[in-house]
Write a protein that binds this ligand. Structure first.
Ligand SMILES: C[S@@+](CC[C@H](N)C(=O)[O-])C[C@H]1O[C@@H](n2cnc3c(N)ncnc32)[C@H](O)[C@@H]1O
Length: 289
């Protein structure tokens, strides 16, 4: 379980240190999500990227829709700081501007609290940033209230850990069987259950919700030693990180050997790759009740 409080502290700092590896892993998720977003994004108005991390989705949207004013929201200040420098770098390279203004900005805080300050929004997007709410109906309601009636919400999230072979491989290497309660728990698989997410969206005032399955490449290691690179990634990001950090040295070494053994068969073309099994959800804000 990873909650908002974790993101605002330890986990956010780790993601900031590892952002280039997470970007590589999420590159194919970005491709399908960005296509879905661009196919529905208005030319003008205001959009928010919830749980924007280092800003990739917000930046892609701002580049594709120069008339749209895009704001990324994230609990983790170190991630928002990287997002701001990426925006400034892009502005310098593509627009020759030094003021960092690409029609995109980034705010630090809880999305549910910040969204009302941006209303009315014409589009809300998120790449894997909406599965960590402590009270999902409350947070999705805040999103719906901040959106103009009819405005689209487009987000991605993981499907079940069993469908995500990288997570299943780690679970097997760690020797854990994740709880299968069917109840919501904030974390990477918090919105894996389609019916649960459908109910959350409906209760929060979102209508016409559709979910599309995608199975995309998930690269976790590359370079001179792809297995060492993948192990370095999993030591810090994802379900193995906490277990490895808590393990005694000899136990940690044994777990790492098992993880390496699970990674070895996945090397193709110089990279360790798995499949990310995801949903891309699209819904529209209902009329206020
Ligand atoms: C899995 S990361 C995804 C980050 C980014 N969207 C990406 O695709 O790289 C989840 C992000 O959601 C943010 N987050 C979680 N709960 C949040 C909340 N209540 N309000 C704002 N951001 C939140 C975290 O800080 C983290 O950056």
């Amino acid at each position: 379980m990873t909650s908002g409080a974790d993101w605002g502290a330890r986990v956010g700092a780790i993601w900031a240190a590892e952002w280039e590896r997470t970007e590589r892993a999420f590159a194919h998720i970005a491709k399908v999500l960005d296509e879905a977003i661009i196919s529905i994004a208005p030319e003008n108005g205001r959009a928010a990227d919830v749980g924007c991390g280092v800003g990739s989705t917000a930046l892609a949207l701002a580049a594709a829709r120069p008339g749209l004013c895009v704001t990324g929201l994230d609990l983790a200040a170190p991630l928002a700081a990287i997002a701001r420098s990426r925006a400034a770098l892009l502005a310098r390279h593509t627009l020759g501007r030094d003021d960092g203004d690409r029609g995109v900005d980034f705010l630090v805080g809880d999305a549910a609290a910040l969204l009302p300050t941006l209303a009315p929004l014409d589009l809300i997007v998120s790449r894997h940033g909406v599965m960590f709410f402590d009270a999902p109906v409350t947070s999705f309601t805040s999103m719906a209230r901040a959106a103009r009636p009819g405005a689209p919400l487009v987000f991605s999230c993981f499907r079940t850990r069993e469908e995500n072979d990288w997570a299943a491989a780690l679970d097997a290497a760690l020797g854990v069987s994740p709880p299968c309660t069917g109840a919501y728990a904030p974390g990477p698989f918090g919105l894996a259950d389609r019916a649960l997410t459908e109910n959350v969206l409906a209760a929060a005032g979102w209508v016409d919700a559709t979910a599309t399955r995608h199975d995309v490449r998930y690269v976790v290691g590359a370079g001179d030693d792809p297995i060492a690179d993948a192990l370095a990634f999993f030591r810090r990001i994802g379900p193995a990180a906490a277990v490895l950090a808590a393990a005694a040295p000899d136990e940690r070494a044994a777990i790492e050997r098992r993880i390496e053994a699970a990674l070895a068969p996945r090397i193709r073309d110089g990279a360790v790759a798995f499949t990310a099994a995801i949903w891309v959800w699209v819904a529209r804000a209902g009329e206020p009740s």
